[in-house]
Ligand binder design. Sequence first.
Ligand SMILES: Cc1cc2nc3c(=O)[nH]c(=O)nc-3n(C[C@H](O)[C@H](O)[C@H](O)COP(=O)(O)OP(=O)(O)OC[C@H]3O[C@@H](n4cnc5c(N)ncnc54)[C@H](O)[C@@H]3O)c2cc1C
Length: 405
Amino acid sequence: MDLEDTAEQAAYRQRVRSWLAQHASEAPVLRGEGALTDEAEVVRARRAWQGRLAEGGLAGVTWPKEYGGQGLGPVEQVIANQEIAAAGVPGVLDAIGVGMLGPTIIAHGTEQQKSRYLGPMLHGDEVWCQLFSEPAAGSDLAAVQTRAQQIDRGRWVLNGQKVWTTNAQFASFGLLLARTDPDVAKHKGLTMFILPMEAEGVTVRGLRQISGEAEFNEVFLDEVALDGELIVGGVGNGWATALTTLMFERATIGLGGEGLGYSATRFAAAVASVQGAGADPTVRQRLGVLCAELTAVRFMGYRTLTALQRGQIPGPEAGLAKVTLVNAATEAGELIADVIGPEALQRGSDWHHMICFLPGLRSAGGTEEILRNTVGERVLGLPPEPRLDKGMPFSELRQREGARA
Ligand SMILES: Cc1cc2nc3c(=O)[nH]c(=O)nc-3n(C[C@H](O)[C@H](O)[C@H](O)COP(=O)(O)OP(=O)(O)OC[C@H]3O[C@@H](n4cnc5c(N)ncnc54)[C@H](O)[C@@H]3O)c2cc1C
C-alpha cells in the first residue's frame, strides 16, 4: 500500500488546508481558554460551523454532488478529517446524520425524501438521530418491538420505546426501525421510518452520564401518526435498510480512531509532558503496549481505506479494529489519570470527556463480545453460535419467551 498522497490528493489536501487556514477563526472553541460551556450555545455554534464546513466542501465529502456533497472518495474524506483535526477545529456536529443516516437515505430513499432532507442535514440546519436500539433490542437489533400499524391506506401509527438515542434532545428528525409485521421471521417484518421529532406523541427524556452530560436519551412513542411517505426503503425492507446504516457506522469506526483523538502520539506527548513520568519503567511499559495497539489500528484503518478505494465493502474484520481501539484508548485514559493525577478528571480538562466517554464506547457500534463472535464466525470460520430463533415468526418467539418467563 502506498501511504503517500497522489498528486491529486496532495492538491486536495492543500485546498482543504487553505480553506481551514482562512476560516478556522470562525470555529467554536470547545476546549481550554474561552471555551463555550452552555450546552445549548455549544450546539448552536457547532451547527453554524457545520454549515460553514458544508459550504467549504468539507462535510459530506463522499456524498454525490447532486445532494450537496463533493462526489469524492473515502480517501478525500479521511484527508479532510485529518486536516480538520490538525487545524484543531471541531468537525461536523451531526456525524450520525452526515456519516450514516444521510448515506442510508441516499441508498434507499425516494427522490422526494432526498431533495427534502439531505440539504438541511448536511448544513446542520436540521440535526438527525438514529432510533434503532430499544431496551430489549441492542446487540440483537432485529428484536425491535416498537410497533407500526397501518390504520388506513397511507397512514401508520407507532407505539414503543427507543433508548440510547444520541442527540435526540435537539434533533429535528430520526431514522426509526419499527416492526410492521410480527407474523413473519424477525428480520423480515421490519420497516424504516423518518420520524419528525416534533410529532405528537413523541417524548424525549435525557439520560445523564458520569461526565455530567446527557448526550443520549430515551424516546417514547405514544400513538404517533406518520404518513406512509415517511417510509424509507419500502415496507418490510427495514432490515436491509438498517444494515446499510450499520455498514456506514462500521466503515467510520474502521477508518481508525485518529479522528476521534485517540492517537498514540497524543497520549505519548501527554505522558512526556509530566516531569519524570517518561523515566518510570511501568509507565513506559504501559505506554509502549497501548501505542503498539493504536498503531496497529491505524494500519488496519489504511487497509479498510484501500478496500474502499478499490470499490470493496469493508469486511467484518473492521470490528477487531474497534475492539482494539476502545481497549487501548481506555487503557490510555487510565494511564493519563495515573500520571497526571485527579485534575485529568476535572471538568474542562483536555481528558475529562474522553475518560468518561470511553466506557460507553465499549457498547456503541457493537459490543466486544458481539464483534468477537462476528470475527470468529466470519473471519476465522469458527462454528456459529446456536440460533434458536431462525425462521420462526416474531410473534411466536415472543410467546415462547413469555412461557419461559
Ligand atoms: C455512547 C453510546 C451512544 C449510542 N448511540 C445510539 C444511537 O444514537 N442510536 C441507537 O439506536 N443506539 C445507540 N446506542 C446503543 C448501542 O447501539 C447499544 O448499546 C449496543 O447495540 C449494545 O446493546 P445494549 O446496550 O442493549 O446491550 P445488550 O445487547 O443488552 O448487551 C449486554 C451485554 O451482553 C452481551 N451480549 C449480548 N448478546 C450476546 C451474545 N449473543 N453473545 C455474547 N454476549 C452477548 C453484550 O456484549 C454486552 O456485554 C448507543 C450506545 C452508546 C453506549
